[in-house]
Design a binder for this molecule. Sequence first.
Ligand code: DGY
Length: 322
Amino acid sequence: MKRPYVFITRKLPEEIIAPVKEIAEVATWPHDDVPVPRDVLMNEAKKADALLTMVADMVDEAILDAGKQLKVVANMGVGFDNIDVQAATKRGIAVCNTPDVLTDTTADLTFALLLATARRMVEAAQFIKEGKWKSWSPFLLAGVDVHHKTIGIVGMGNIGKAVAKRAIGFDMNVLYHNRSRNIEAEKRLGATYCSFEELLERADFVVCLTPLTNETRHMFNKEAFRKMKRSAIFVNAARGAVVDEQALYEALVSGEIAGAGLDVFEQEPIDASHPLLALPNVIALPHIGSATKETRTKMMELCCRNIIAILTGSQPETLVNK
Ligand code: DGY
């Protein structure tokens, strides 16, 4: 019998993909830092029974249509806004993601970004390396306190709850907004549910952890930034397009908000000349929320297990299709 064909859109460690090779022919885009070109992905999709994709790969209707024998798209990320899940479901193609294994790692990075922005850590590190430190002085690189302040978490899923847990360790007051109330977060973490508007008005730190959907696209717009405190710090570790970046830029320049810590951008990779990157009150990271060796390894392994499950007729661990 013909073995199934699996295409992987980045170079992954041999030992991780070895179990897939036991049941399938596997081809891999040979780079780990250059995205697979669309025409290559299209051609591979035509032959593939399974695709292992990254969050940067666009898997739209055209790719799914090309995949006449495609059975599964296993996406290496908890987010799957890069995949047209509805179109996949209509064609009987399974879509899998990698939740849970990255929860704590992403929460760590989100909280670190909040702390780094509040305490101006990147600016301070740059300052000392540039030989600018002349003496201790009372307000030298003074930031703002995080402890005992109010954090407002928009998107109270698993990562939101893990960030709330870290915030409690800093004696913070935790507000959240979500599509629906999260009773567990309220009972276990003492988080208080608020409307989006109330959260924006009350939070010292507004943390965006909501998935990108038609409802959340540009949810953080001009009006949203206008409602925040002038001292507020905005942190985004979800998806860039949840934010209107022009509105964010204007809010930061005009002093409508005090600072931003950003791990994600509307266009990734963001151009180094983007005006947001020139602002001293912005800390920008290249989408590294889940980027630890341990967690990225677990994400790859989960993708492989999901592919093997689908190709051998069993239930995948983390199916997205409803
Ligand atoms: C995710 O898991 O969706 C992240 O953004 C990718 O690390």
